[in-house]
Write a protein that binds this ligand. Structure first.
Ligand code: SAH
Ligand code: SF4
Ligand code: F3S
Length: 474
C-alpha cells in the first residue's frame, strides 16, 4: 500500500513520462539520463533512487555526462568535494548552449548549504534544478516541473531545512544487479565538532524494521546476493524513536541477525559503526553468522585523548583499544578498517604519535586518512588554533607510511588461504580476469568468465599486491 506522498509521486512520474515521450519524438531517439555521485554510500544509494525514477519516466540510463538529463549528487564533507563540482559545472554549461533541450540538476548535501545554492544561482544560471537531501523523494514532482514548457529557462530551487515524511516505495535502479545498499537510518545526531553531516542530513531517523526486512526480501527475490546496511552510526539504530513507536523497533544487532537470516542473502555488510556504541551483542551476532562480512569499519579519527575530546567523539583511546581487542578475540578473522583525520585544530606532533601508536596496535587492514577540512558552521571551524597546512601535511605523511606498511603486511598474511569471493565484474585492464570481493572487503583478481559475475566463488589467494590479491578458482 502506498501512502499519500508515494501516491502523489507516482502520479508525477506518469506526467513526466508523457513529457519524456514527447521529447523522444522530437529527438528521434530515446532520451538519456545520467546521475553522477560524489561522496559516500548514502549518496550512492540516493543516486540509485534518482536513476530509478528517471528510468521509470522513460529515460535510458547512461554513464555519459553528455546525457539529456544530468544530475550531480553532491558531497560537502570536505572542501575538495566542493571544488570538484564547480569544475564540472563550468564544462557542462558551454555544452548545454548547443543542445538547449538538455537539463541539468544539482542535489545532495552541498545543496543544503545556502552559500552553494547562491553561487550556482549567480555564476551557473544554466542549471535547471536544485534540490536537497530532505526532499529527494519528491524528485518525480520536481522532474515533472522541470520538463514543463512554462519552466523553460528558469532555475527551480527546492531545498528543505528538515525531513518530514519518508516515502519508502519509490523506484530505484541498482548499479549492480547482485548487490545493493539498504538505508536503515537517515541523518546523524552525533555532532562531531569537525563534521558537517548532521547539518546537511538532519536529525537521526530510523526506518521501521519491517520496511527494511521487506526491502531486503524483495532484493533477495530479485537476485541480490549481498546487501550493505547504511547509516552514519548504525549502532544507534532504533534508539531515538518516539516513545509510542518503541515497541515496533528492534536494536541493531537484532536487525542485522534478521537480515542475515533472510533466505537468498549470501552476505551482509554494514556502515558505519561508532566506537562509542559498538556492543558485545553486535560482536556475538557477527560471530554467529558466517554470512555477515568479516569486516568492521570503525572510524578512529584520532588516537589522542585530548583531540578525541575536542572532536566530541564520546570515547577515548582506551575504549577504542578495548573494543578492537574484543573484536580480535571473538572474531579473529575480521578485518578492521578505519578513518583518521590529521590536522584537527590544536593537534601537535605528539598527538599524531598517539594516533600512529593506535594504528600500530590495532593493525588496520586499511585506513582512510584525511587532512582536516574546515567546514563553515561546525564548532571546530571556530577553534582558534587551526593547524598550518604544512604541519598537517607532515603528520599526514608520517601516518600514511605506517598505515600503508601495516596494510601491506596484513594483506600478505592471508596469502595461501582459500576464501569465498563475490565476483563483482570483469577486470577492465585484463578482460580474462574477474574481480572478486572477499568477506574482509579485500579484492582478488582471478581468471574467469563474465557469466560468473554475481556469483560466490572459492578462490585461492596466491599473491598479494598491496591492497589486492592475484588468485585462481579452486
Ligand atoms: N558517520 C561516519 C563518517 C561519515 S564522514 C563516522 O562517524 O564514522 C566520513 C569520514 O570523513 C569521517 O569518518 C571523517 O574521517 C571524514 N571527515 C568528516 N568531516 C571531515 C572534515 N571536516 N575534515 C576531514 N575529514 C572529515
Ligand atoms: Fe559526522 Fe560524527 Fe555523524 Fe559520523 S558520527 S556523520 S563523523 S557527526
Ligand atoms: Fe558527503 Fe553527504 Fe555522505 S556530505 S560523505 S555525501 S552524507
Amino acid at each position: 500500500m502506498r501512502n499519500l506522498e508515494e501516491q502523489r509521486e507516482y502520479e508525477a512520474i506518469q506526467r513526466a513520462e508523457e513529457k519524456v515521450r514527447a521529447l523522444s519524438v522530437s529527438l528521434g531517439r530515446k532520451p538519456t539520463a545520467c546521475v553522477v555521485t560524489f561522496g559516500c554510500q548514502m549518496n550512492a544509494r540516493d543516486s540509485e533512487k534518482l536513476a530509478g525514477i528517471l528510468e521509470e519516466a522513460g529515460y535510458e540510463i547512461t554513464d555519459s555526462e553528455e546525457a539529456d538529463f544530468l544530475i550531480y549528487n553532491t558531497c560537502t564533507v570536505r572542501e575538495n568535494a566542493d571544488k570538484r563540482l564547480f569544475g564540472r559545472l563550468g564544462a557542462v554549461g558551454s555544452a548545454k548552449k548547443k543542445s538547449p533541450w538538455r537539463k541539468l540538476a544539482v542535489c545532495g548535501c552541498m545543496m543544503q548549504e545556502e552559500i552553494h545554492t547562491e553561487k550556482i544561482r549567480k555564476s551557473y544560471p544554466f542549471v535547471d534544478l536544485i534540490f536537497g537531501t530532505h526532499n529527494l523523494y519528491t524528485f518525480p514532482s520536481l522532474l515533472d516541473a522541470v520538463l514543463s514548457p512554462e519552466n523553460e529557462g528558469t532555475l527551480l530551487i527546492d531545498v528543505w531545512d528538515k525531513a518530514d515524511a519518508m516515502a519508502e516505495r519509490l523506484p530505484s535502479r541498482r548499479k549492480y544487479a547482485f548487490k545493493s545498499g539498504v538505508n536503515i537510518m537517515f541523518g546523524c545526531d552525533n555532532f562531531c565538532s569537525y563534521c558537517i553531516v548532521p547539518y546537511v542530513r538532519g536529525r537521526e531517523r530510523s526506518r521501521r524494521p519491517e520496511e527494511i526486512l521487506e526491502e531486503v526480501k524483495r532484493l533477495a527475490d530479485d537476485g541480490v546476493k549481498e546487501v550493505m546496511l547504511l547509516g552514519q552510526n548504525v549502532n544507534s539504530y532504533g534508539i531515538k524513536v518516539p516513545e509510542e513507536e518503541r515497541s515496533c523497533f528492534v536494536d541493531f544487532p537484532t536487525l542485522l541477525a534478521r537480515v542475515a537470516e533472510t533466505p537468498g542473502i549470501g552476505r551482509v555488510r554494514f556502515m558505519t559503526s561508532h566506537p562509542r556504541d559498538l556492543s558485545d551483542e553486535l560482536i556475538e551476532v557477527i560471530r554467529e553468522h558466517g554470512n555477515i562480512a568479516r569486516h568492521i569499519h570503525l572510524p578512529l579519527q584520532s588516537g589522542s585523548d585530548r583531540i578525541l575530546k575536542r572532536m566530541n567523539r564520546g570515547y577515548d583511546r582506551e575504549r577504542y583499544l578495548f573494543v578492537t581487542e574484543k573484536i580480535r578475540e571473538r572474531i579473529p578473522d575480521a578485518a578492521l578498517t578505519t578513518d583518521i583525520i590529521i590536522g584537527f585544530p590544536g593537534e601537535e606532533p605528539s598527538d599524531v604519535d598517539q594516533t600512529i601508536d593506535v594504528v600500530e596496535r590495532v593493525r588496520f587492514q586499511n585506513a582512510f586518512t584525511f587532512l582536516y577540512s574546515r567546514r563553515t558552521g561546525t564548532p571546530a571551524a571556530g577553534f582558534p588554533d587551526q593547524v598550518a597546512h604544512d604541519t598537517a601535511q607532515q603528520g599526514f605523511d608520517r601516518l600514511l607510511s605506517v598505515v600503508q606498511r601495516i596494510a601491506g603486511e596484513e594483506t600478505a598474511a592471508h596469502v595461501g588461504e582459500v576464501q569465498e569471493a563475490l565476483a563483482e565484474g570483469v577486470n577492465e585492464d585484463h578482460p580474462g580476469l574477474l574481480t572478486g570481493r572477499l568477506s574482509n572487503n579485500l579484492l582478488v583478481h582471478f581468471p574467469g568468465e563474465a557469466a560468473e559475475v554475481g556469483q560466490f566463488v572459492r578462490v585461492s589467494l596466491d599473491e598479494a599486491h598491496g591492497f589486492y590479491y592475484i588468485g585462481k578458482r579452486v
